[in-house]
Design a protein around this ligand. Structure first.
Ligand SMILES: *Cc1c(COP(=O)(O)O)cnc(C)c1O
Length: 572
């Protein structure tokens, strides 16, 4: 390693998107974790990361002709990707000693700096059969399984780092509350150092807080894990329950509360989300550091070539995207045509949808959670048909998995399939199975317009639109999360509806849909077909204005500067 500095920052995340073949992530949270580590490696940040191996993967999605989803475990060859290490740690769960081993995956940055990622694994012969399954399924099982997994991540991960010799970690970064139990592990270590065994004092909490950073990622209540006292006592034991009480935990163990209590710096993942989080957890100052995406990971080959030609420093310095204003529009269009061809050919190969390269292509791909409102564009089919008749044709490509227990999400997938069939002969609609990082990259670069219709204020940030912008693809999006910061009407894309604060009364789905149709009819479709020069000008601004900001290089620099505050760390 050219930069041999002891790791100062330990980054903990329940999911992590390292590469497409590793099903260790479910969606935006995991992809963000991967992008964070990739940019930390690029910036030579002395960091080490911890997650779980998820041996059976976040599921393989099967969709039948009606769009009914069924799930299968992913069979993936762990040892093709990561290397088993010898060091082990133990965690006490329900009074049993659970042994934890780990796989090491190395993320190498632009200049060769490596950030190691340790993927914890309890499938070892010393463990009881049930304990051996604890690192199998991401977000699987019940509350009991989940809490045991969180013990493995927070406590097992912390102890493994110590066993590995990482004794001088300066900051522990909890990516979402799943890792919050590391606060207790850190507290226990400090008690042992002080030869105390009883209770965590306020003074001791202050020394813990000095080392911890917490990023909260969602205003959706289901995203905040809570466990009953009975379950928490059973899994953690009475002594640790006592420690939790000293950390301010009352009847239920709320991991978000624990992380808030244990961290000096807390942030939301966009300006608006920081404000929303502060109103959810009054009493805690909550900052904002807007998410980003890793530029080299998310740009299509044709755009990489384009940037290599016109912005030679872009791989090292993503502020260079600002200079995209100087790239000739014809070159941007040519790169886009190539990315679009890749997508259209893929869609036709996978789904026989008969997509046409010359038709305005709208992309929509994400986790299928109800609040993302994937079906909004199909609210009024007559209106949609009229737009197509009068303004010009469109085709729409969808992808996304619903959580195995999310009935509403699954119904939405089936609904999109129903709409696809109902619109046959009028609009080409395709739905591709198994949305993953590879598919996301193809979609975000190959669509002409990226559609985003969450119900405000539930979209904390949103990152797929950032991937799109880096490939010159403008967004047509509700003003929530990152779009509040990235939107300039007719310059970087288009809004759907007003800012929540600007609305006189609660907005209904029907009104959002009406605004979506109005934008398509009056702006997006005519601009694409009749004013291509303006359309490509918008593409160029998406790169220059949005790409230059919504990247993880800027984001990691803000974490260094505002959250980690390591003294010797520099701004890039
Ligand atoms: C980027 C990405 C996401 C997150 O997209 P959002 O717009 O934030 O919902 C989810 N899944 C995959 C596979 C991704 O690549």
């Amino acid at each position: 390693m050219p930069h041999c500095v002891s790791p100062l920052v330990a980054y903990f995340s329940m999911e992590i998107g390292l590469e497409s073949g590793m099903p260790t992530y479910s969606g935006g949270l995991g992809v963000l974790a991967g992008d964070t580590i990739r940019s930390a490696a690029d910036l030579d940040v002395p960091m080490v990361a911890v997650s779980l191996i998820h041996q059976r993967g976040y599921f393989f999605q099967r969709l039948d002709a009606q769009g009914d989803q069924s799930e299968e475990p992913v069979a993936w060859p762990v040892n093709d990707f990561a290397e088993l290490i010898d060091e082990r740690a133990t965690v006490d769960i329900e009074g049993r000693t659970v042994h934890v081993r780990a796989w090491r995956y190395r993320v190498t940055g632009e200049s060769g700096h490596v950030v190691p990622v340790y993927l914890l694994d309890t499938d070892v012969s010393e463990n009881q059969p049930w304990d051996r399954t604890l690192t199998d399924v991401l977000y699987g099982g019940d509350d009991h399984y989940r809490l045991c997994q969180e013990m493995v991540l927070g406590v097992g991960g912390f102890r493994l780092l110590r066993v590995l010799g990482y004794t001088d970690i300066r900051r522990f970064h909890m990516n979402e509350g799943h890792a919050a139990l590391l606060v207790l592990a850190l507290g226990e270590e400090k008690l042992a150092e002080q030869n105390q065994s009883d209770s965590i004092s306020n003074e001791l909490i202050e020394t813990i807080r000095e080392q911890c950073v917490f990023t909260t990622h969602t205003p959706v209540p289901a995203g905040h894990d809570k466990f009953s006292e009975t379950l928490a006592r059973q899994v953690l034991g009475d002594r640790w329950w006592g420690l939790l009480k000293a950390c301010g935990v009352e009847e239920t163990l709320n991991l978000t509360q624990l992380a808030l209590r244990g961290s000096r710096y807390v942030n939301g993942v966009a300006m608006k989300h920081g404000e929303v989080s502060h109103s959810m957890f009054p009493g805690y100052p909550i900052h904002s550091i807007t998410n980003g995406v890793h530029a080299v990971t998310w740009t299509a080959p044709s755009f990489q070539k384009l940037f290599d030609t016109h912005l030679p420093d872009w791989r090292r310095d993503q502020l260079s995207f600002r200079y995209a204003v100087g790239i000739p529009t014809s070159d941007i269009w040519a790169a886009h045509v190539e990315a679009k061809r890749t997508l259209v050919e893929h869609v036709n190969r996978e789904s026989n949808a008969g997509f046409d390269r010359d038709v305005l292509t709208i992309g929509f791909a994400r986790r299928f959670a109800a609040y993302k409102r994937a079906g909004l564009i199909f609210q009024d089919l007559d209106r949609l048909k009229r737009i197509i008749r009068e303004a010009g044709p469109i085709q729409i490509v969808f992808a996304g998995k619903a959580h195995p227990r999310d009935r509403e999400g699954k119904d939405l997938i089936a609904h999109i399939h129903e709409m696809r069939d109902a619109l046959r002969d009028i609009i080409n609609v395709a739905y591709l199975a198994n949305y993953d990082m590879e598919v996301a990259k193809m979609f975000c670069a190959g669509a002409d317009v990226w559609l985003n219709t969450p119900l405000p204020p539930l979209e904390a940030s949103g990152t797929s639109g950032m991937k799109a912008a880096m490939n010159g693809v403008p967004s047509l999006s509700v003003l929530d999360g990152r779009w509040i910061e990235g939107h300039l009407e007719d310059v970087t894309g288009w809004s759907i509806g007003d800012r929540v604060e600007a609305r006189p009364e609660p907005e209904t789905d029907a009104r959002y849909a009406a605004d979506l149709y109005r934008k398509l009819e009056e702006k997006v479709v005519p601009c694409f077909y009749k004013d291509r020069e303006h359309f490509v000008e918008i593409m160029r601004h998406a790169i220059a204005l949005n790409g230059a900001f919504f990247n993880t290089q800027r984001m990691v620099a803000q974490y260094l500067h505002n959250a980690y505050r390591l003294g010797q760390a520099r701004m890039p």
